[in-house]
Design a protein around this ligand. Structure first.
Ligand code: FES
Length: 124
């Protein structure tokens, strides 16, 4: 005689001695395209031998973003004239505006080594 198994027939009961079987289920892999909270672009730089990183804030200067984040960056004029806010960019994941005339004048050839005025460098 052919016996038909149903969900109810697999449950453990005192009457038929059938044990339920545990099935291992593989963990669910997260989709990297959905999880955007961990993929924030940042800019990494140093100022006076101190290292910093700030997240991408479109249109904002590196200095303003750093200050908003609570970093203690040196600065004075915020106009590109004093040079006090000078930083050296180590890694740029966000994209910055090209060095403007004030930066070219203040930093001259150092611009080619990644130096910027953080009050003038904007994220694009
Ligand atoms: S704060 Fe003076 S040049 Fe940036």
């Amino acid at each position: 005689m052919k016996k038909t198994l149903t969900v109810g027939s697999l449950k453990q009961s005192s009457s038929n001695n059938v044990r339920s079987k545990e099935v291992s289920v593989p963990p669910i892999k997260s989709n990297p395209r959905v999880n955007k909270t961990t993929s924030t672009a940042r800019i990494y730089f140093t100022q006076n031998r101190r290292s910093f990183s700030v997240p991408f804030k479109k249109g904002q200067t590196v200095l303003d973003t750093a200050l908003t984040q609570g970093h203690q960056l040196d600065f004075k004029c915020k106009k590109g004239t004093c040079g006090k806010c000078q930083i050296q960019v180590l890694k740029d994941e966000v994209g910055l505006t090209p060095a403007n005339e004030a930066e070219q004048k203040r930093l001259s050839s150092k611009v080619h080594s990644g130096y910027r005025l953080s009050c003038q460098a904007r994220m694009v």
